[in-house]
Design a protein around this ligand. Structure first.
Ligand code: CA
Length: 426
């Protein structure tokens, strides 16, 4: 089915600010509360939110096989479960409806009032009910930096890393949408000289610059997703800040891996940008040496060129860009991650979320965590107000941004933002 919605020559009758993340070629999907406190599934063009539940009730999706209440839900899980053919039909139809020379909705003031909202009138919610969240560790630069910092620079990558997309099962209950404040976690830390573990508010709070992909129901228990079918099971992507308490993590992670140092919060950007919208930005990934096992061998372009930024904004202060990275640096692609995740017969469901792991580039200004940027606190960053950061302070806001850009189109994700609040007192 042609991706007509991707046509870069398309223009819309809605206003779209210059350099908006949300031109008519994007058409992301999200869930929001309307000005009437009704929860609905929607999309966004420029700074206008569009109520898909209302559009459907008014008959604008006629001819597409959708249940009556598919958009009148508090998550996209059922819509995503309908599969790629339906996603494409709906996205193309939305694009057609907002084309500048299509009068159908443009000239119907009554319908426009029912369907369109300014961003100030709505409140974004989590787009999916995340059943399971898995976090990978798929950036070679990040894994190398962490291995150098905590183990041995000479043997930074463990022997399995170049053969397996390493991952662990994360906690889905604490995934929150952009704008939700993050309370500094409390926990145990490595003992000092007296051998008694420390306890209290985390002192080494960090962000992790990641992206996460969201799947449809891919396979029944006992089956698997072949690598050449993996991408058609991926609905889209969000920005993902996998907040990390480095001191809690360092004490607890051996032998079973991350636990409370990670599970207190993860922030996502609320609009899921579809893999279809990102299609023009496919790119080669890093060369893989050694060649992976056959079930991980992917043909064609396996990565996506998405500029990524991490920003620290102190309270009442300016934004400071502390990292410029790119999703294209990923060593293991999303398709490889999904093929690997299911190779043992593990079933993946609609609305499941897979984090990429911290995405670090090759240069020190492209590292995706404070752990790496400040090299474990030995090289503090100086912000433009003169203050220094080894890790994240109370009242700092961390913002992740991401966008793709070519000669004709810019597709972005909006903000993935969270402000750190002091730890609880007891
Ligand atoms: Ca992570």
């Amino acid at each position: 089915m042609p991706l007509t919605a991707n046509d870069p020559s398309r223009k819309t009758w809605l206003p779209v600010p210059t350099a908006s993340d949300f031109p008519i070629q994007n058409i992301p999907f999200g869930v929001f509360l309307t000005r009437d406190d009704i929860i609905t599934i929607g999309t966004r063009i420029g700074d206008t939110a569009i109520d898909l539940g209302a559009l459907h009730q008014l008959g604008y999706f006629e001819g597409i096989d959708l249940t009556d209440d598919i958009f009148l839900q508090d998550s996209l899980n059922d819509f995503i479960a309908d599969g790629r053919k339906t996603w494409r039909l709906v996205r193309n139809r939305i694009s057609d409806l907002f084309l500048e020379d299509n009068p159908k909705l443009r000239d119907n003031e009554e319908h426009r009032k029912e369907v369109l909202f300014s961003m100030e009138e709505i409140e974004m919610q989590l787009p999916v009910d995340v059943g399971d969240y898995t976090d990978f560790y798929a950036s070679k630069e990040h894994a190398t930096n962490v291995g150098s910092l905590f183990r041995d620079p000479e043997n930074a990558l463990l022997p399995n890393w170049l053969h397996i997309p390493i991952g662990y099962h994360g906690r889905s209950s604490s995934i929150v949408p952009s704008g939700t404040p993050i309370k500094r976690p409390v926990g145990q830390m490595k003992p000092g000289d007296d051998g008694t573990p420390g306890f209290g508010p985390c002192k080494l709070l960090d962000f992790e610059l990641e992206m996460a992909f969201i799947t449809t129901a891919t396979n029944d228990l006992g089956k698997h997703v072949p690598i050449n079918e993996a991408e058609e099971n991926i609905f889209g992507l969000v920005l993902f800040n996998d907040w990390s308490a480095r001191d809690i993590q360092a004490w607890e992670y051996v032998p079973l891996g991350p636990f409370l140092g990670k599970s207190f919060a993860s922030t996502i950007s609320p609009w899921i940008v579809t893999l279809d919208a990102l299609h023009p930005f496919k790119t080669e990934g890093p060369k893989q040496d050694p060649t992976p096992l056959p079930y991980l061998q992917q043909k064609g372009k396996k990565n996506y060129d998405i500029h990524l930024q991490a920003i620290i904004q102190p309270e009442n202060g300016d934004e400071n860009v502390v990292a410029n990275s790119n999703f294209k640096y990923m060593y293991w692609s999303m398709a490889q991650q999904l093929a690997h995740h299911t190779v043992n017969g593990c079933n993946v469901r609609s609305g499941d979320m897979m984090g990429s792991g911290t995405i670090s580039g090759p240069t020190p200004d492209s590292y995706g965590s404070m752990l790496e940027l400040s090299w474990k606190g030995t090289k503090p960053l100086t912000l433009n107000d003169g203050s220094q950061r080894k890790f994240i302070n109370d009242h700092d806001t961390v913002i992740l941004r991401g966008y793709c850009q070519n000669d004709t189109v810019r597709i972005g994700f909006g903000d993935c933002s969270g402000k750190v609040l002091p730890a609880r007192e007891s």
